[in-house]
Design a protein around this ligand. Structure first.
Ligand code: UGA
Length: 433
């Protein structure tokens, strides 16, 4: 058992802290947000993640997990300090490292002995080198920095931690890399050792590649519409080749969330700084932005004038099983619908409280699929929650004023839509609508 400090209890920090406690370490999580720390101390998770609260409450009881706002309590005696603070997007698309710098200065000030600093935050290549230099300049004890990027998906973060397909450890000396491997040993997952810069780039390259798969299939969807093919079948047929695989080939309204949009733009900036024009990445970003214009065009062409029409929007979160609406494609489409004069009524199984903070009273909120679509002139599906996908398509026919469904996530089969008498638009399959 090691004493480990985790700085930052955002998504990555909290999941990491809880997982390290679960595998037997003594973990103290440090955060500046008093309210959040109080919440976590009482066993409540400030984020929506299946299973997380159970582990959190359990390890408060085992006393392997603590939360504090006091850096002296958190950092004193720590052998390893994990830093998992945010690196949000700056106006030019590059990563804002100010939280990271602040966290490093705090660590430097409160360290009570030599330590290993583990960087979980997604940072531009070379940042770990700068961090090592910065902390060593200000701390009384020598430290080494290890890059240890995370590959957690929201909604599956605990599974992705306990069943990780790889643990990437980027270090400049063997002993530090091995120390971190020892920390993770109880997980018994594959470990890949590399240098720090390569580890930093593995994180960006992984997200960028997944985003590329999505934009690729969305571009194929546009082609399918023109050529009379079905993108879902094209994706399936492609994916049967194990070199391609089925995952991340679901055409739809585009990717959102706190990672892909930010990391793809940051990678373009990282390349720009070394005078490399990353054209492929720029195209991936443009195609993703264009997806929502394609969906809006279906609607504009269908209605010519949307003023006063009641449009139901099903799904607000950037993907199912999360309440996260950051960079959710739904938000931009709703803004566009409001601009067109439509009366929007939205439903989401989890994200309404977050949506209210952004959209406030500019739209109405419903508390079930049925309530949202009742008497609606059109329905736009933006997130493929099970609850939405499993709503029989006939329900739209019976409840809506005009049964027109614009499906940004291809939740229904064309045959079912036709049989139910629903006018149905979907991504890359429109030839049969
Ligand atoms: C993503 C990565 O999958 C994680 O490996 C990574 O650790 C994480 O970012 C991060 O950098 O922290 P996440 O943002 O939680 O995880 O969500 P994903 O499940 O990857 O989905 C991202 C977006 O892509 C969603 O909006 C989803 O709807 C969209 N998507 C995904 C598609 O449009 N089509 C697909 O086939 C797959």
């Amino acid at each position: 058992m090691k004493k480990i400090t985790v700085v930052g209890t955002g998504y990555v920090g909290l999941v990491t802290g809880v997982a390290l406690a679960e595998i037997g370490h003594h973990v103290v999580c440090l955060d500046k947000d008093v309210e959040k720390v109080e919440l976590m101390c009482s066993g409540i998770s400030p984020i929506y993640e299946a299973g997380l609260e159970g582990y959190l409450a359990h390890h408060l009881r085992t006393e392997r997990l603590e939360f504090t706002t006091d850096p002296a309590v958190a950092i004193d005696g720590a052998e390893l300090v994990f830093i998992a603070v945010g690196t949000p997007e700056l106006a030019d698309g590059s990563a804002d490292l100010s939280y990271l710098r602040e966290a490093c200065m705090t660590v430097a000030e409160y360290l009570s002995g030599p330590a290993t600093i583990v960087i979980k935050s997604t940072v531009p290549v070379g940042t770990n080198d700068l961090i090592e230099q910065l902390i060593n300049e200000h701390a009384l004890y020598p430290i080494s920095v290890v890059s240890n990027p995370e590959f957690l998906r929201e909604g599956q973060a605990l599974y992705d931690t306990f069943q990780a397909e790889r643990i990437v450890i980027g270090s400049e000396n063997k002993a530090t890399g091995e120390l971190l491997q020892e920390v993770y040993a109880p997980l018994a997952r594959p470990v890949f050792h590399t240098d720090r810069r390569s580890a930093e780039l593995i994180k960006y390259a992984s997200n960028a590649f997944l985003a590329t798969k999505i934009s690729f299939i969305n571009e194929m969807a546009a082609l399918c519409d023109q050529l009379g093919a079905n993108v879902d079948d094209v994706a399936w047929g492609m994916g049967m080749d194990t070199r391609i695989g089925h995952s991340f080939l679901k055409a739809g309204a585009g990717y959102g969330g706190s990672c892909f949009p930010k990391d793809t733009k940051a990678l373009v900036q990282i390349a720009k700084e070394v005078e490399h024009d990353f054209q492929l990445m720029k195209a991936v970003i443009d195609i993703n932005d264009f997806q929502r214009h394609r969906i809006l065009k279906w609607m504009k062409d269908h209605y010519t004038n949307m003023r006063g029409l009641r449009i139901a929007v099903l799904g607000l979160s950037f993907k199912p099983n999360t309440d996260d609406i950051r960079e959710a494609p739904s938000l931009k489409l709703i803004e566009a619908l409001i601009e067109c004069g439509a009366d929007v009524v939205a439903y989401d199984p989890a994200a309404i409280p977050n949506a209210k903070e952004v959209l406030a009273e500019r739209i109405c909120y419903a508390y079930s699929v049925e309530e949202a679509i009742e008497k609606a002139d059109g329905c736009l599906i933006m997130t493929e929650w099970n609850e939405i996908k499993e709503t029989p398509i006939e329900v739209y026919h019976y409840l809506m004023e005009h049964a027109v469904v614009f499906d940004g996530r291809n939740c229904y089969s064309l045959e079912d839509a036709k049989r139910a008498g629903v006018m149905y638009y979907s991504v890359g399959r429109n030839y049969a609508s």
